[in-house]
Design a binder for this molecule. Structure first.
Ligand SMILES: [Zn+2]
Ligand SMILES: [Zn+2]
Length: 293
């Protein structure tokens, strides 16, 4: 897990394999949690992920689902579950089944585990983790996801108990614990900055780690760069800087989905030369794919 490209944040290992318009697959691992947001490229790090959440139907976010399921089969792994916006359910099944007809040895593709996700859903993905979607603003229907952790703390009245007494109470089915649901990570997929301005999801700006697309970072003399980014359904770095106060409660911000036109050095130099101090200390940039792809 110490290899290049992984970020260790708040106990999570995150592999943000992303180039805007080319592919995005963000791998999240912790405890028994093995999850990917989007499947634009089946990078090796994504193969263990047994839960994959798709933000929208653009090729750079969805095209590697058949590849991912097929490579898991090759390694003798169990089927993964693919969660897609409701309207994509039949289409994704159809694509998988077409690949099955092309290559009949990939049995898994014949009956892929694809599940629709609607905005009311709460999906358990590991013992203490679940995922909820939220709507985003893009050129096609799209949604982001919040990963929650269910934390168990012993009720005050039982805190003095020793091990055997706790075991006894548990046997008597006494509820010894309080449970809180903590929004740990938000993943935006592709979106305009409007996501953060017009009544955002109540937990979106309370997360510990915000993984947000920042497709554009440069200025073009005489052009309204922010308008241009919005028209294309994306975020410009300037919008994040102009609204830095919104991210006060977020501990880490991982910028991803940089346009293919920028090099790794251009991204790092630009981002860290213009960010205000309040953001500089919490921002990371997803450039591993720029280096390795
Ligand atoms: Zn994209
Ligand atoms: Zn897109």
């Amino acid at each position: 897990m110490e290899e290049a490209g992984w970020s260790k944040l708040c106990g999570y290992s995150i592999y943000p394999w992303s180039i805007g318009g080319v592919f995005t697959t963000v791998v999240i691992m912790k405890d028994d949690l093995k999850l990917a947001f989007d499947m634009g490229d089946c990078c090796r790090q994504s193969i263990p992920c047994n839960h994959v959440f798709i933000s929208h139907g653009h090729m750079d976010h969805i095209s590697s689902i058949p590849q991912h399921s097929s490579r898991r089969e090759l390694f003798g792994m169990k089927k993964a579950s693919y969660y897609v916006p409701d309207h994509l359910l039949d289409l994704v099944k159809e694509v998988a089944s077409t690949f099955h007809q092309i290559n009949v040895t990939d049995k898994i593709l014949d009956n892929l585990d694809v599940r629709p996700v609607t905005l009311q859903d709460k999906i358990k993905v590991a013992r203490a983790y679940f995922v909820c979607p939220f709507p985003t603003v893009h050129r096609v229907p799209s949604q982001g996801y919040i990963l929650y952790r269910r934390q168990r703390t012993m009720k005050d009245e039982y805190k003095h108990l020793e091990g055997p007494e706790i075991a006894l109470k548990a046997k008597e089915r006494v509820e010894l614990y309080n449970y809180t649901e903590i929004p740990d990570i938000a993943y935006t997929g592709d979106t305009t900055f409007e996501l953060f301005l017009k009544s955002p999801h109540p937990d979106l700006l309370k997360v510990k780690i915000l993984i947000v697309e920042t497709t554009y970072i440069d200025e073009e003399p005489g052009k309204d760069i922010i308008r241009q980014a919005r028209d294309r359904g994306h975020i410009h770095l300037a919008e994040i800087i102009d609204n830095a106060h919104l991210f006060e409660n977020v501990q880490h911000i991982l910028l991803m989905h940089f346009s293919d036109k920028y090099s790794e050095n251009e991204i790092t130099d630009k981002v860290f030369s213009i960010l205000p101090e309040s953001l500089k200390k919490k921002v990371l940039v997803a450039t591993i794919a720029k280096r390795l792809y």
